[in-house]
Design a binder for this molecule. Sequence first.
Ligand code: GTQ
Length: 348
Amino acid sequence: MTVNHPVASRATYYEKIARSGMAPLWESLHTLVPKTPQPKALPAIWRYSQVRDLVMQAGAVISAEEAVRRVLVLENPGLPGKSSMTPNLYAGLQLILPGEIAPSHRHTQSALRFIVEGKGAWTAVNGERTTMHPGDFIITPSWTWHDHGNPSIEDGGEPVVWLDGLDIPLVAQMDASFAENYPEATQPVARPEGHSFARFGHNMAPVRYCASDSTSPIFSYPYERTREALETLRRGGELDEWDGVKLRYVNPTTGSWPMPTIATFMQYLPRGFEGRTYRSTDATVYCVVEGTGCVKIDKDEFTFAPHDVFVVPSWVPVQLSASTESVLFSYSDRPVLDALNLLREDRS
Ligand code: GTQ
């Protein structure tokens, strides 16, 4: 039997089912299950030359102690009000001035710090402090106490700015956020600096160590070492047509990503490099360490310079070119996509 439903009765029917907390799937199926990703996040760049003064001015507006974390959140223009850079990841620029402390706390969100400018500040994780230098990649694992500090001017302290990358939106989506403050401003120092790097940073591990943690036991990956690796590989002359020389950071005890939710990378592009177009379903945040160049993200084209931060949403074609020898740090939600069998790459 065929029944014809006039449009008016459809609308009436929709209103009726809405009152019972229901909706017609057939009206939204194509948007709920699109043929390809339809990211709301937009390609965007934060040029350090334009935001640096504003970051520094935050130092006069509020102390690190009062702010707890003195951070300017980089919000994707396509995700307004969400404090998100991508659907899963957050980005912010944190400033710590000489003599300041950002008090100790812990949360279920995983965090990375990528040092942008200044040196000598420290972050403490699990009773160990590590000193920051530009280009260092530092991890704060989920649910570990962490505080940040900076020596006084007399002790050589200088303003330090780093890029914070956290899985805040992902954890919020999962309704899995827990956080608490440490009773003191700083946690006690229990081990000398370099302890975890000595145990795990030399292709060795304590003899009876069993990897049981999804976060790397190395919490600082110094730029000096990363840069040296890229330089050696560059001299070897083998370049990927898409990536130049690109390495991923690893948890040395598992070979997997350094954090369960965030992948991190560092890549080298020689002067004059013009990369081929690439896309993938992990959304990536880049931070320029060295050099100048241009990134084409779909229809947008951005020139980049040191310390700039730009974002490439899921499945949007991206192409990197370098006018001078360039080094780019990046982080993405690849481990999540990977674990859920949702990672797709297109290097055609
Ligand atoms: O340093 O612990 O940018 O908890 C956002 C939330 C930094 C931090 C952020 C945080 C932190």
